[in-house]
Design a binder for this molecule. Structure first.
Ligand code: ATP
Length: 509
C-alpha cells in the first residue's frame, strides 16, 4: 500500500480519538514532532517493548540488559563522531518555504527510476510468459541498462560529494536532475547546509563552570561505555550482547509523518560483542533473527523487506535496514549494523581506559567487534497500528472499525461484559473479571447495548470479549467473542485461564 495519505490521516485521527497517541502540549497548540501516548497507547508501547526484551534478553542466555542515563559525559559524543559528523544536508525550497534532506530528495529520485525499471520488467514478463528469463532481460535490455546507468551515475556522483562535503555540487545535481519541491512544484532551491541533530543543554548553574551536555541521540553509546562494567560484573564471555530500551533525542529538521520521525523517541538497541573476523557471520545471524521476531507477530511477510546499504556510515563494514510497508511507503523500521571495533576503539582512545576482552580460548586480548540491532519503538508502534487498522463493511451495511493488533501486543486483552445490568449478571461478570485481571489487562464494561460495547473493543483492538448472560448463571459458561471473525464460542468458566494461556502464548517459531 504505497503513499496512502487518506488512510494515514484516518489512522492518526483514530489514534487520537481512542487514546493511543495525542499531539504533545495540545492545549497550547502542540509542539512539533513531539507526541504523548494515551491510555491505550502506553499499553501497546509497553507490550512491544516487553516482547522485544523477552526475545532479546530473556530468551538469550548471553544477552543482558541495562538502563543507562540520558545525560552522559560530553566527550562521549566527540568519540562517537556525533559532534563532528551527526549532520544532515538540508535544502529549502524558496517558494514553499519547506525544508528537505538533500539525500532524501536524491534517493527519492533514484527510487522513481528504479520503479521505471520494475515496470519494464513486469511488462516484459507478461509479454514473454513462462519463457521469460528475468536475469538476462535485466542485463541486456537497452532501456533497462540506460536507466541502470543513470542510477549508478547519480549514486557515484552524489555519495562522493556527500563524503567530501561538496554542498555546491549537491545543489547543482538536484537542479540538474530536475527535482521539484513536492509542495510548490518549483525548482527554486536554496544552498545546501548542514545542521547538527543533537540537542544541547547546560549542567550546573550559569555562574559556575557550566558544562554543555547533549541529550543522547542514540542509546548505543550508553552500552559501549558500560562494556567493561557489564563484562566484569556479569562474567560475560564473547560472544555476548547488551540490550537497552530508552529515550533518544534528535533535532530532526524534517519532522513530519506523525510518530515516524519524532524529536523525542524511544529506541530498542542491542550491541553484540564478537571476535574480530566473525562479525559478518553474526551480522547475517542477527538479520535473520530480527526478521524472525517481526514475522512471529503474524504480519504478512510481504510487508517487510531488507534494504542493504551501499553507502556505509563511518563506523560500519556492513549495514541493512528492515523496511516496513507503512502507509507512507516502504521505510526503515530497524537497522542491523556491523559497527566493527570503531566505537570501543574510539572510547579507548578518548578515555584512556583499555576496553578489551581477554579470550581464554585464544589466549589473546582484543577490542571486540560489534554487530548492533536498532529499532525505533515508536516506529514499531506505527507499523503495528497502521497494519492493524481496518474498516470493514458488515452485512447490514454498517462500517466496523477494528484494530487487528497481534493479541500478544493488544492494549486490552479481554473485555468482560454483562449482557444486561441486572439479574445478578454484573456481579457474576465482576467475579470473572477479578479472576483474570491479575494475568491480563482486562476491561469491565456494562454501559450501552452489547453491540456498541463490542464495537468499542474492536476499535481499541481487544482480541476477546467475554459475555455473561443468563445461561452463565445456570450453566457456568460464558461466550467468548473473537475480534477478527466476530464468531463466538461457549466456554466453561473454569476453563478460561487455560483457554487464554493458549491464545496468548508467544510463538517462538
Ligand atoms: P532515518 O534514516 O529514518 O533518519 P536513521 O538511519 O537515522 O533513520 P538510526 O540512527 O539507524 O536511524 O536509528 C535506529 C532506529 O531508530 C531507526 O531504524 C528508527 O526506527 C529509529 N529512529 C531514528 N530516528 C527516529 C526519529 N526521529 N523518530 C522515530 N524513530 C527514529
Amino acid at each position: 500500500m504505497a503513499n496512502n495519505e487518506e488512510l494515514f490521516k484516518k489512522i492518526i485521527s483514530h489514534a487520537k480519538e481512542y487514546g493511543f497517541v495525542f499531539p504533545s502540549s495540545e492545549i497550547y497548540d502542540g509542539l512539533s514532532a513531539v507526541y504523548d501516548y494515551g491510555q491505550y497507547g502506553v499499553e501497546l508501547k509497553n507490550n512491544i517493548r516487553s516482547y522485544w526484551w523477552k526475545w532479546m534478553v530473556q530468551y538469550n542466555e548471553n544477552i543482558v540488559g541495562i538502563d543507562s542515563a540520558i545525560f552522559m559525559h560530553p566527550t562521549i559524543w566527540k568519540a562517537s563522531g556525533h559532534v563532528d559528523a551527526f549532520n544532515d544536508p538540508m535544502i529549502d525550497n524558496k517558494d514553499s518555504k519547506k525544508r528537505y534532506r538533500a539525500d532524501v530528495l536524491v534517493e527519492d529520485h533514484i527510487a522513481k527510476i528504479e520503479d521505471k525499471i520494475e515496470k519494464e520488467v513486469t511488462k516484459a514478463s507478461q509479454r514473454f510468459g513462462e519463457t521469460f528469463d528475468e536475469k538476462l532481460y535485466r542485463e541486456t535490455n537497452p532501456r533497462v541498462s540506460e536507466y541502470q546507468n543513470k542510477i549508478d551515475d547519480i549514486k557515484s556522483r552524489f555519495y562522493t560529494m556527500l563524503d567530501k562535503g561538496e554542498f555546491d555540487g549537491i545543489k547543482t545535481l538536484i537542479e540538474e536532475l530536475g527535482i521539484v519541491c513536492p509542495v510548490s512544484g518549483s525548482k527554486n532551491w536554496t544552498e545546501v547546509r548542514q545542521f547538527n541533530l543533537m540537542f544541547s543543554t547546560q549542567m550546573g548553574s550559569v555562574s559556575e563552570d557550566s558544562n554543555t551536555l547533549y541529550l543522547r541521540p542514540e542509546t548505543a553509546q550508553g552500552i559501549f561505555v558500560n562494556f567493561l562494567n557489564v563484562m566484569k560484573s556479569g562474567r560475560m564471555k564473547v560472544p555476548f550482547g547488551i540490550a537497552q530500551a530508552g529515550k533518544a533525542f534528535r533535532n530532526e529538521i524534517v519532522a513530519r509523518q506523525f510518530i515516524f520521525r519524532m524529536r523525542e523517541f524511544e529506541q530498542m538497541e542491542m550491541q553484540f560483542f564478537v571476535r574480530p573476523g566473525e562479525e559478518l557471520k553474526w551480522y547475517e545471524y542477527w538479520k535473520e533473527h530480527r526478521m524472525k521476531w517481526h514475522l512471529s507477530l503474524g504480519i504478512a511477510p510481504s510487508k517487510y523487506r531488507f534494504h542493504v546499504h551501499e553507502k556505509l556510515a563511518h563506523y560500519a563494514n556492513a549495514a541493512s535496514d528492515i523496511e516496513f510497508d507503512f502507509p507512507i511507503g516502504f521505510k526503515e523500521l530497524e537497522g542491523i549494523h556491523s559497527r566493527t571495533d570503531f566505537d570501543l576503539n574510539a572510547h579507548q582512545q578518548f578515555s584512556g581506559k583499555k576496553l578489551q576482552y581477554f579470550d581464554p580460548e585464544t589466549n589473546e586480548s582484543y577490542v571486540p567487534y560489534v554487530v548492533e540491532t536498532s529499532i525505533g519503538l515508536d516506529r514499531m508502534f506505527l507499523a503495528i497500528l497502521s497494519n492493524s487498522y481496518k474498516e470493514e463493511k458488515l452485512e447490514d451495511g454498517s462500517i466496523r472499525e477494528v484494530l487487528n493488533i497481534p493479541p500478544i501486543l493488544a492494549p486490552v486483552k479481554i473485555a468482560v461484559l454483562p449482557l444486561i445490568k441486572k439479574d445478578g449478571l454484573p456481579e457474576k461478570a465482576r467475579q470473572i473479571f477479578d479472576m483474570l485481571k491479575y494475568d491480563y489487562m482486562c476491561q469491565f464494561d456494562e454501559k450501552d447495548a452489547i453491540g456498541r460495547r463490542y464495537r468499542r473493543q474492536d476499535a481499541i483492538g481487544t482480541p476477546f470479549c467475554i459475555t455473561v448472560d443468563n445461561e452463565t448463571l445456570n450453566e457456568n459458561t460464558v461466550t467468548v467473542r473473537f475480534r477478527d471473525t466476530m464468531l463466538q464460542d461457549r466456554i466453561v468458566i473454569e476453563n478460561l485461564p487455560l483457554f487464554f494461556r493458549e491464545k496468548f502464548a508467544i510463538n517462538i517459531g
